[in-house]
Design a protein around this ligand. Structure first.
Ligand code: NAD
Length: 500
């Protein structure tokens, strides 16, 4: 019997381990890209090649879509409760193999094992929401006049597609898969070419969970595969998660060919620290938000707006905490050398423009010899500096000192992104004042990473999201379905109205 997670990944430490090549999963078979395209997959901790990933073209996308289209009629005809049973099985398999899944993730992405395990756990939580859909209200019925009823049901769209980033290779696919599948759609997923193994494991586990062939397909690759997805006439909806630049491209190209698109983009999250904040709470939460997962998460703190004259003791403590993070056990490598070079450029430029580097992550080397960049704190930044307004996507916290909460809110509001924002204060009125004014879809009070747990949907505002609604929770189910209204009458109506 084949192993439920596919080829076993045996590593149980960060010691470099090679893995299999990652092909495309189409109609229940692993196949290489037809034109032979492939790319090395680097382990960022070691800078060494784990295996290779298929680089697909439009022909590969077309084959995956054809398989998904062929599988759609039978899957849609499967009762929702049976569809959910597959997700129940997937949940069990993921729980049983959580360590293996977390180790694969830690090796392909670089995040440390506890963070990798937390990612798999959050993916399981998303799965739990999707598998519980049959127990929730999926429609409704009402007598709209005497003898006439109107009912609504949420119908699948057909073949749907997902395009995901490198930073959460297991969790972000699970923002989409449960609702897509439980609703009766079939799916083509395009993982990041930098981190294809999380999705490969999901394909194996979905098969082991009893999913019929063709319902879930993988096309690996990069831009060429994405462009083919945005243009394919048989794809009805696309969920995208990645940078704002690509989110806009996918949103516009997908909409131009009549697709429903929800595209989550990048972020520049502002945390407001008021000088009445609870000391331990603030100084523990803020560095974890900025430096956890190497700052490579769309919810990471990026700008700290320090309000008032008494913030110095908070900053001193955060400098101590950031300096104590150990590369290797506490902080992993960044995704690749190009990312480390980008982070270095931002910090050097800010320094040249007058910022003070309190903690310097440039040029550090962690164990393994891969791509490293350490926690960094920049003080006396301005919103005009690129480090003060652009997404760096690394462990860099830019401090901007302001006099008032209004000044802080003004700076937050002016930034075009709108993923997350948070305020640290012990004053309820200040908290409410800030929350009501932030231009962000996910807001925290005394929480540095205000990720909404299920069933609350995930999604930002402004340049951090293109399209309507959120990708997870109830909105996710609505996004991957369309309502059908059925109005019924079984006998002549005696009290006719003009609509009778
Ligand atoms: P990315 O935009 O470079 O890549 C995302 C996906 O798009 C990948 O599958 C990639 O292969 C593809 N792609 C890359 N360049 C493309 C192009 N020119 N044309 C078409 N497709 C292309 O993002 P990334 O570097 O993998 O991930 C980091 C980004 O994702 C950050 O900006 C981060 O904020 C964002 N992100 C956002 C959320 C959110 O919920 N808003 C969550 C996670 C990550």
């Amino acid at each position: 019997m084949t192993h439920p997670t596919g080829p076993r990944f045996d590593a149980r430490s960060n010691e470099f381990t090679t893995y299999v090549d990652c092909h495309n999963w189409i109609g229940g078979e692993w196949v290489p890209a037809a034109a032979g395209g492939r790319l090395p997959v680097d382990n960022p901790r070691h800078g060494s090649v784990m295996g290779e990933v298929a680089m697909s073209d439009a022909g590969d996308v077309d084959r995956a879509v054809a398989a998904a289209k062929a599988a759609f009629p039978a899957w849609r005809a499967t009762p929702m409760r049976e569809r959910a049973k597959v997700l129940h099985n997937l949940r069990r398999i993921m729980e049983e193999h959580i360590d293996e899944l977390a180790w694969v993730l830690s090796h392909e992405n670089g995040k440390v094992f506890p963070e990798a395990k937390a990612e798999v756990d959050k993916g399981i939580e998303c799965l739990e929401f999707g598998l519980s859909m049959p127990n929730m209200d999926n429609g409704g019925m009402q007598d709209v006049s005497r003898g006439v009823s109107c009912a609504v049901s949420y119908e699948p769209l057909g073949v749907c597609a997902g395009i995901v980033p490198f930073n959460f290779p297991t969790m972000v696919p699970l923002w989409m898969i449960p609702q897509v599948l439980v609703a009766g759609n079939t799916f083509v997923l395009k993982p990041s070419e930098k981190t294809p193994y999380g999705a490969m494991k999901l394909a194996h586990m979905l098969r082991a969970a009893g999913l019929p062939d063709g319902v879930f397909n993988l096309v690996n690759g990069g831009r060429e595969a994405v462009e083919a997805i945005t243009e394919h006439p048989d794809i009805k909806a696309i969920g995208f998660v990645g940078s704002t630049k690509v989110a806009k491209i996918v949103y516009e190209r997908g909409a131009a060919t009549g697709k429903r698109v929800l595209a989550l983009g990048g972020a520049k999250n502002h945390l407001v620290l008021v000088d009445d904040a609870e000391f331990e709470l603030a100084t523990e939460n803020i560095p974890v938000s900025a430096f956890g997962a190497q700052g490579q998460r769309c919810m990471a703190a990026s700008v700290l707006l320090a309000v008032g004259d008494n913030v110095q003791r908070y900053i001193d403590r955060m400098v101590e905490i950031a300096s104590a993070f150990k590369l290797g056990p506490d902080v992993g490598p960044v995704i690749d050398a190009a990312a480390a070079a980008r982070m270095t450029r931002y910090v050097t430029q800010a320094e040249e423009m007058g910022a003070k580097v309190l903690v310097d992550g440039r040029g550090v080397q962690g164990p393994g010899g891969g791509a490293w960049f350490g926690p960094t704190i920049l003080d006396h930044c301005t919103p005009e500096m690129p480090a003060g307004c652009e997404e760096i996507f690394g462990p860099v916290l830019s401090i901007i000192r302001v006099k008032t909460i209004d000044e802080a809110i003004h700076i937050e509001n002016k930034n075009p992104y709108g993923n997350a924002a948070a305020v640290f204060t012990t004053n309820g009125h200040t908290a409410r004042y800030a929350v009501e004014r932030f231009q962000a879809g996910m807001v925290g009070i005394n929480i540095g990473v205000p990720v909404p747990r299920e069933p609350f949907g995930f999604g930002g505002w402004n340049e951090s999201k293109f399209g309507h609604g959120d990708l997870t929770g109830y909105d996710g189910f609505r996004f991957w379905t369309r309502p059908r209204k059925v109005t019924t009458k079984w006998a002549r109506q005696l009290d006719q109205t003009w609509m009778g």
